[in-house]
Design a protein around this ligand. Structure first.
Ligand code: XMP
Length: 309
């Protein structure tokens, strides 16, 4: 049986022992994994931690504001916010391949961290890597940026306090650390963010569409009292025929997905009540005029992965 109190005690000892008096830098993504990792390191070394939030432009609606509020204002962390949207869009221009997207995002992430780290003199990079991240990367299923994105010239040493535990255990640690519910119960969200929820090439316009669609889905899921492991909206690549008023129209297709899972290694498509799905569809097509079609994905993992890319 996993004991969160014991885990925290051991993790704090190990972090202190590893990093000593050196400065640690961590990437905050807004997700529960990096939040818990940052909070542990913050408890262990206090002001020796510099938390960096790189806004790559693929965050969910309102996430940047929440991150600043929680970590800087409420938890008192030394938080640096880097505005990097333009750099990411520039680097990803015309890129279609999902693995290439992940690599570019991962590498640019690390590059930006290293720039920040140099300013602080940090010797260590803490990460919220959890067990399924490296198990799946080692198995060659998909390269998660936490693991595969490190360029060989990296000068920072890794601190990964959550490396051996799974998401449900991370949430227990988050509750034990008294992190707000908005964090401890937060749905998982991939490091490359909405970039892997727009199939094919990225434009600010497409990312904005998928950001709105994700926000509507999450809001209605919450309103209905449903608690999926993850619920997500994806913008499919091609436009399809639709009709607006009496006029033939070409619009984007958004696919919705909600799954139940214990550790993301396998997942079951969730039976969302029809009226909830219809409400989400109506809101999406009404509030996002560029979308003319909404699908619901009924595939389990395996054979499908949770994310589409
Ligand atoms: P898949 O799509 O592989 O996802 O079934 C399993 C879990 O991992 C998340 N995920 C990612 N997390 N970087 C991350 O940090 C990534 O590149 C990435 N891809 C998927 C996904 O949201 C799910 O919770």
């Amino acid at each position: 049986m996993f004991n969160a109190t014991q885990f925290i005690e051991d993790a704090l000892d190990e972090i202190r022992e590893t990093v000593g008096d050196n400065t640690v830098i961590i990437a905050l993504s807004g997700g529960v994994d990096s939040a818990v990792a940052a909070t542990l390191v913050h408890e262990a070394v206090g002001h020796h931690l510099v938390a960096v939030f790189v806004d790559h432009g693929f965050m969910r609606k309102g996430e940047r504001r929440e991150i600043i509020k929680t970590f800087r204002d409420e938890l008192g962390m030394n938080l640096v916010v880097v505005d990097a949207q333009d750099r990411f869009f520039e680097a990803l221009k015309g890129i279609n391949d999902p693995e290439q997207k992940r690599k570019i995002i991962g590498n640019l992430f690390i590059e930006i961290f290293e720039e920040e780290a140099k300013k602080t003199g940090a010797k260590y990079l803490a990460q919220g890597t959890i067990a399924p991240d490296w198990i799946e990367s080692d198995g060659g299923i998909k390269s998660h940026h936490n693991v595969a994105g490190l360029p060989s010239g990296m000068v920072l040493k890794l601190v990964e306090p959550l490396r051996d535990i799974y998401k449900d255990e991370v949430r227990k640690v988050a509750r034990e650390l008294k992190l707000p519910e908005s964090i401890s119960e937060r749905m998982p969200f991939p490091g490359p963010g909405l970039a892997v929820r727009v199939l094919g090439d990225l434009t600010p316009e497409k990312v904005e569409i998928v950001r709105e669609a994700n926000a509507i889905l999450e809001e209605e899921i919450r309103r209905a009292g449903l608690k999926p492991w993850q619920a997500l909206a994806v913008l499919l690549g091609e436009k399809s025929v639709g009709v607006k008023g009496d006029i033939r129209d070409y619009g984007y297709t958004v696919a919705l997905r909600a799954v139940e899972s214990i550790d993301a290694m396998t997942a079951t498509a969730m039976e969302i009540p029809w009226d909830v799905l219809k409400t989400v569809q109506k809101r999406i097509t009404r509030e996002i005029p560029d979308v003319t079609r909404v699908l619901y994905d009924i595939t389990d993992k395996p054979p499908a992965t949770i994310e589409f890319e």
